[in-house]
Design a protein around this ligand. Structure first.
Ligand code: 5GP
Ligand code: ZN
Length: 139
């Protein structure tokens, strides 16, 4: 059963959605509050919270459909580009705690975008972080 999770309920058809695709691993439906026409959410059938609690196999299964969906969305909407966005954790902007990928059709001058406040590293900082991350990945 789906419990309180809204995307489990959508996957199970308990609450309605504008579904455009489903297979044994995932469901894709229109976002109820689109950033652009065709803004689509792709969610795994199996409940996982986000990328931080998802196995590699589960992730591979749900992302298999992304290229096909992205190509169809661009073709159908006449978009000239597309953003793939995945929020993991409340501090990243995740509101619905069931893993999902946003596919957002883009076009020149559409006014969408990020505050991409690019920074820089202090001397030695990137090197330390690189070491730390390599050790973390080996543990
Ligand atoms: P998040 O911020 O968690 O990455 O994004 C959640 C997305 O889910 C939002 O873009 C929001 O508009 C969408 N959403 C929330 N509730 C519903 C719903 O009941 N139906 C649909 N289709 N989209 C929803
Ligand atoms: Zn769920």
């Amino acid at each position: 059963m789906s419990g309180p999770c809204i995307f489990c309920k959508i996957t199970e058809g308990v609450i309605p959605s504008r579904r455009i695709y489903s297979d044994e691993h995932c469901t894709a439906f229109l976002d109820i509050a689109p950033l652009a026409p065709g803004h689509t959410l792709v969610v795994p059938r199996q409940h996982v919270t986000n990328l931080l609690d998802c196995s590699a196999d589960a992730l591979a299964a749900v992302t298999r459909a992304l290229p096909r969906l992205a190509t169809a969305l661009v073709a159908a909407t006449g978009a000239t580009g597309l953003n793939l966005l995945q929020n993991s954790g409340a501090s990243s902007g995740q509101v619905v705690m069931h893993l999902h990928f946003h596919l957002i059709p883009r076009r020149d001058g559409d006014g969408l975008g990020y505050r991409w406040n690019a920074g820089s590293y202090a001397p030695g900082e990137a090197e330390s972080l690189q070491d730390l991350l390599i050790k973390q990945l080996q543990s």
